[in-house]
Design a protein around this ligand. Structure first.
Ligand SMILES: *[C@@H]1O[C@H](CO)[C@@H](O)[C@H](O)[C@H]1NC(C)=O
Ligand SMILES: *[C@@H]1O[C@H](CO)[C@@H](O)[C@H](O)[C@H]1NC(C)=O
Ligand SMILES: *[C@@H]1O[C@H](CO)[C@@H](O)[C@H](O)[C@H]1NC(C)=O
Ligand SMILES: *[C@@H]1O[C@H](CO)[C@@H](O)[C@H](O)[C@H]1NC(C)=O
Ligand SMILES: *[C@@H]1O[C@H](CO)[C@@H](O)[C@H](O)[C@H]1NC(C)=O
Ligand SMILES: *[C@@H]1O[C@H](CO)[C@@H](O)[C@H](O)[C@H]1NC(C)=O
Ligand SMILES: *[C@@H]1O[C@H](CO)[C@@H](O)[C@H](O)[C@H]1NC(C)=O
Ligand SMILES: *[C@@H]1O[C@H](CO)[C@@H](O)[C@H](O)[C@H]1NC(C)=O
Length: 397
């Protein structure tokens, strides 16, 4: 009897506690949603670049002849012949012109011609016509280049490695942003593998290599921020996948469209026995929708050298109350290209210690360090057949 009463009391107490908890969480969440919405509309740097799919479809590349394009491309689960472990060749890179011949077997010269015309047009658009190309009549660089499109296989191709399915309307427009310095051999392996991989998923996509020109330590975070802003000058992207050049996804079921974002794409890699602890950061490959990336103020700029921008990113996501996903099992498996790493320079350890110290105070910097305070020299933009090179000098501010 006594026990039962005590149990009922405990139960009641527990119920009250849970109710209080649920109600407070709800109130907080509501407040948060309201703040986000209000924040977005009143915030002038976000409002100018909001994505608007109807708007996208109505203009530029999307305005091109829609002859057989009445149907949507397939959802990933309906695409036939996807495999769980795509064959790959990691042995050596091939020269870029040879690689172009494998991607465009029928007409590599024609592509080279289109690309050089694209570059001339780009120079006119960016450097002479207006300093303001990103905002000319609400248009983007790719819309200025739309007349140069070429049919290549099942795809429409635009200079700078921008692809779009020819016979269906893609479900997603995805920018792949690759922070880069000096890893030319890895880049050629990466492109040879990734372009057919992304094509198979019937996406509209382009690959942006963000090349750090300055010779100081690598700043991956800052390069991702630059890649994000500059890619949005080229086109209206639905989402971004930030991708290290030495990681390749094994499974074709790993969606590179804008689903389950923000996502840490790596659910296991060969260099770590395909194990990822649940608390791991968002390093290597991660993705965001465009509004999500604005919302978290991009990546931190303060980490120079090895470490910590990915740990910082994980906390930004949590602070914005976004849910980070990561796929379990073979779907998230990656292979790493281990050849031709940059030599580890002296001073790396010292920088890492500094970064780890900075990491402790990251919460106070989320609003002030990221897209909002990013400063960089105007980048050198160059279209290549298989990618766009955004080459940039970045400085400590
Ligand atoms: C953005 O808004 C702030 C304050 O609301 C204002 O000071 C600033 O001039 C605005 N910037 C632009 C480009 O409109
Ligand atoms: C999206 O763009 C279209 C065309 O410019 C416009 O009519 C519509 O109001 C926009 N929608 C939103 C939600 O901004
Ligand atoms: C892998 O690629 C290299 C360089 O293109 C080539 O020499 C080699 O034959 C390829 N290996 C296989 C198994 O395809
Ligand atoms: C850029 O665009 C803004 C707004 O459209 C305009 O006020 C400004 O004068 C332009 N700047 C240049 C250099 O064309
Ligand atoms: C912007 O739009 C106006 C009016 O439609 C047009 O006359 C002008 O040429 C356009 N500017 C550019 C750079 O496309
Ligand atoms: C990049 O490679 C070039 C040529 O191999 C070398 O001179 C330069 O120091 C390298 N830069 C960095 C930052 O490693
Ligand atoms: C691209 O966009 C950034 C910021 O949105 C702007 O500062 C820069 O001038 C633009 N670059 C070009 C080439 O239009
Ligand atoms: C990108 O452009 C810079 C500057 O022109 C150049 O040094 C670098 O090699 C280029 N990188 C790639 C991958 O094309």
């Amino acid at each position: 009897m006594f026990y039962r009463q005590a149990n009922i009391k405990n139960l009641l107490f527990l119920l009250v506690c849970i109710t209080v908890l649920v109600v407070t969480t709800l109130l907080f969440t509501l407040g948060d949603i309201r703040r986000t919405v209000v924040g977005r509309t009143s915030d002038n740097w976000t409002s100018s670049l909001q994505i608007n799919r109807t708007h996208n479809v109505a203009m530029g590349v999307h305005k091109l002849p829609q002859n057989q394009q009445s149907t949507k491309c397939l959802a990933l689960k309906d695409i036939p012949h996807l495999v769980d472990s795509r064959p790959m060749n990691l042995t050596a890179g091939i020269p870029m012109y040879e690689l172009e011949r494998t991607i465009f077997p029928d007409h590599p010269e024609r592509i080279r011609d289109v690309v050089s015309r694209g570059n001339r047009k780009l120079q006119r658009l960016v450097y002479t016509a207006a300093a303001n190309v990103s905002l000319i009549n609400g248009s983007r660089i790719m819309e200025g280049l739309a007349s140069l499109q070429v049919r290549s296989g099942d795809y429409r191709y635009l200079p700078g490695g921008h692809w779009r399915p020819a016979s269906c309307i893609p479900r997603w427009k995805v920018a792949i942003v690759v922070p880069f310095r000096n890893r030319t051999v890895q880049l050629s392996i990466f492109l040879r593998y990734m372009i057919p991989f992304l094509q198979k998923q019937q996406l509209e996509f382009a690959i942006y290599i963000v090349n750090q020109e300055s010779d100081n330590s690598f700043n991956r975070g800052m390069l991702l921020n630059v890649g994000f802003l500059e890619a949005l000058n080229f086109s209206h992207w639905d989402c971004f996948v930030f991708h290290d050049v030495d990681h390749l996804p094994l499974s074709e079921f790993n969606p590179y469209g804008c689903v389950d974002l923000p996502r840490h794409f790596i659910g296991g890699a060969d260099n770590r026995q395909y194990k990822v602890p649940p608390w791991a950061s968002m390093g290597g490959v991660c993705g965001f929708t465009t509004p999500q990336f604005w919302q978290i103020n991009g990546v931190a700029n303060v980490y120079w050298g090895w470490c910590c921008e990915d740990d910082d990113l994980k906390v930004r996501v949590r602070m914005a109350r976004l849910k980070r996903t990561r796929y379990k099992g073979t779907i998230g498996y990656y292979k790493t290209i281990s050849i031709h790493h940059e030599k580890i320079k002296k001073g790396v350890k010292r920088l890492e210690r500094r970064n780890r110290k900075l990491l402790k105070t990251l919460r106070s910097r989320v609003k002030t360090d990221g897209l909002t305070n990013l400063k960089y020299d105007r980048p050198h933009l160059e279209l290549h057949a298989l990618y766009t090179n955004i080459s940039v000098k970045i400085h400590r501010s």
